[in-house]
Ligand binder design. Sequence first.
Ligand code: TNX
Length: 499
Amino acid sequence: MVLTLVPLPSSVTTGPGAFVLTPATRIVIADGADAAASALSDHLAELTGLRPETTEGEPVAGDIVLRATAAEDEAYRLETTDRVEIAGSAAGLFYGIQTLRQLLREDAGSWTIAQVSITDAPRFGYRGVMLDVARTFFDVATVKEFIDRASSLKFNRLHLHLSDDQGWRLQIDSRPLLTERASGTSVLGRPGGFYSKDDFREIVRYAAAHHMVVVPEIDLPGHTHAIGLAYPGVVEEPVMNDMLLAQSEALGQPLPVAGEPYEGWGVGHSSVRIHEESTWEFLRDVLGEVAELTPGPQLHVGGDECLGTAQADFDAFIERVTALTVELGKTPVAWHEAGSAVVAEGTIGQFWGSDAPTAEHIEHTLRFAERGGSVILSPSTRAYLDMKPSPEDPLGLSWAAIIDLESAYAWEPNAIVPGLDESAILGIEGPLWSETIATLDDIDHLFFPRAAALAEIAWSPASAKDWASFRERVEALGSVWDAEGWGGQRPTPTEGSTP
Ligand code: TNX
């Protein structure tokens, strides 16, 4: 029997029987697991048409039992006997329910769950996905759909790339022109948009209900052209050097013009004015409001691709912006280039080099661990969800690699950055940049099935890695995704299997 489970649990045994959902099935809440119970009941009603009554009290055969434990981790147990019982913390119950959802099968007109005994806990505490809402704006409803998909694979961090050259996406009360003047466009003439503070709170709330913590990013000091549409005094004139001219030519896209929206996807030409005190007043106000809106512990301050900025200026900026973030009560996160600077103690680095990184990338990445921080691994040759899955694919970019499902699966976090100890690896993240995607269908197209590979790397024990098993399980999951109405690409059927 193919178990349709991704990520693979740390321990699972199977038996010959099955649990059958009937109109008499109840969801029995043991020890106050009620939030999980109503979500599960809603899900079952939508999928099967049966809405199990949720109740407290003594479970009987045929029930689904949710047992809240005092644990504070993400572990859970799921057992099928004459009933199904899931036990864990609030997060653990949520993950147990995601497992149950993957196991539910329609078989000759009834909904069944295979007989299993599962004990499960994640390998890494940070299991992230990133959505770039700056290059292309996605509305709240789309972000919620994204959360549904990601949380079903047990991702627990939603990194939102909220600002870039092409647009500013979050209401800031102290600087109202940001959304008034700098949010109206996206790349290539696509519509812009922004989140009001209430929109953002709604995303945070929805994410939390799915056990995902939002990590907001304000990308600095580069990727800041849009700020200049609102507050020209904060940014430098667009930089033009040979490298940037060649880039614009290669892309066939116009050069950025100060004070005009930039709708191409060149990078590296913009910067805030690093040495002006008025810039720092701006940053204190903006980052202060973002920090206040964010219940999660981390605030991402960017730091990538400052191609026109002198190293000394960049380092001075990073040192000060990471210190400011700490002052605002958050742990700074920054792309790995920021490791060239004296980052604030505890700053988290996000590695986006290749899986054969340069000496400089390695050095910069190790710096975060040396300064008491840790590292999120997003090797662009493996974990970038915006890379094309095949050379012919109409969506995605290919500057880092073509990443097919096997390539997204066949890497080991410990082996990416030489000298980086597993204890300093906070986790992994799959970024979905949005230069080439415009709709939820496009998101799905790049997300499925490769996000499942990243989810397994982030959650399952390294010793369980097995490409043939993964491919079979992910292929079987296609029908679960179909039942959810989630689009996207399906894994190519393996030889001899029924499509
Ligand atoms: C590099 S990776 C970027 C982004 C682009 C992405 C496209 C990184 C930190 N920066 O600005 O959107 O490539 O793949």
